[in-house]
Ligand binder design. Structure first.
Ligand SMILES: [Zn+2]
Length: 48
């Protein structure tokens, strides 16, 4: 399974977090309890 690293941020408090979307669901902000949004899609080089 390929990992899909993304940077997510909370639209309210602007807190950012990096998760592996292949393994984790889109989390909610611990502080605001609202759904975080994708800020940037990251790539881990080229996985062979
Ligand atoms: Zn927040």
């Amino acid at each position: 399974m390929q990992s899909q690293m993304i940077e997510i941020s909370c639209p309210k408090c602007k807190r950012t977090q990096i998760i592996d979307l292949a393994k984790e669901d889109m989390p909610k902000c611990d502080t605001c309890a609202i759904r975080m949004v994708v800020k940037e899609v990251l790539r881990e080089g080229k996985a062979c």
